[in-house]
Design a protein around this ligand. Structure first.
Ligand code: SAM
Length: 277
């Protein structure tokens, strides 16, 4: 794992651009230092990288040992309420829900996998998932495929909302044990996890397909996502999409016979929901 710090003239823009780079694991904002981003990645970040916007490097890219990484990350991550019904709690902290009959607490240790519930795209996905669960009075009748599951946060959230048939998938095999451990922390042993690439995954259809991955990957995977949606009422919830890339995702979905039914935004990020046309 590598870490560096930089001050950005437009931190949101720089953050978006950073997330498009391979190996990006976490980006956080230094408290009380406006514009300062701490960047964690599995490959070193080149300081001469073009197109990051106007940035000043405060500390160069340096390796951090897994142990240091885990500890430094923990200091900056707190209990995170997402909606009145869902709170994310780091596994090393305790949280007592204000109303245990309505508030679910998702206990999580993302390790080095993406998805601790603080990134805008994860929040967008959790909000959509929660809204759907409210509409349907729980997800007990809803099967879920979570593509690009990372820490497993979305799949586990779906489980806490009542879904019993859930599969979490990621191309990074290192996410599987992390997601599995998070499922067990939340008493969701029935979730299945796989690192089989989506095109090779069996063609089971799901009521809800989730994909919080970057726009170019969603566009590439669109035929494989669409053909795993239940007919005729399956939904595809996507995020990880910078707002300027939304038209490409919509066009790819339309080409696969889908229609956009909802859009939500947070900062520069967009979440798009699709159904069969
Ligand atoms: C932005 S993270 C999302 C993690 C988590 N689902 C969340 O919402 O916070 C994207 C994840 O997608 C995975 N990924 C990237 N390309 C993929 C692909 N082609 N198929 C499946 N997963 C992919 C990455 O390894 C990473 O774990």
């Amino acid at each position: 794992m590598y870490q560096c710090q930089l001050r950005a003239a437009d931190p949101q823009l720089t953050e978006e651009l950073l997330w498009t780079l391979e190996g990006m694991v976490a980006i956080d904002y230094a408290v009380q230092q406006p514009g300062v981003l701490r960047v964690y990645s599995t490959t070193p970040l080149a300081e001469n990288l073009a197109g990051l916007g106007q940035v000043q490097w405060l500390t160069p890219t340096q390796p951090v040992y897994e142990q240091d990484w885990a500890e430094s990350w923990k200091q900056h991550w707190h209990v995170t309420p997402i909606t009145p019904q869902l709170t994310i709690c780091p596994s090393w902290l305790a949280h007592t829900p204000s109303n245990p009959s309505t508030e679910k607490v998702l206990t999580l240790d993302p390790g080095s996998a993406f998805g601790n519930g603080t990134h805008d795209t994860t929040v967008l996905m959790l909000e959509q998932l929660d809204a759907l669960s409210q509409q349907r009075q729980g997800l007990a009748q809803t099967s879920v495929l979570d593509v690009g599951t990372g820490s497993g946060i979305l799949a586990v959230a779906a489980g806490l909302m009542g879904a019993t048939q859930i599969m979490g998938q990621d191309i990074d095999p290192l996410t599987v044990p992390v997601a599995e451990a998070n499922a067990l922390l939340n008493h969701q042993p029935h979730i299945t996890w796989t690192a089989t690439p989506l095109p090779q995954l069996c063609l089971t259809r799901y009521d809800l397909v989730l994909a919080n991955i970057l726009a170019p990957v969603i566009v590439e995977l669109m035929p494989d996502l669409a053909c795993r949606m239940a007919q005729p009422d399956g939904l595809l919830l996507t995020s990880g999409i910078i707002h300027t890339a939304a038209p490409q995702v919509v066009a790819a979905a339309q080409a696969c016979g889908l229609v956009q039914t909802h859009m939500a935004t947070r900062g520069q990020w967009v979440a798009l929901t699709f159904a069969a046309a």
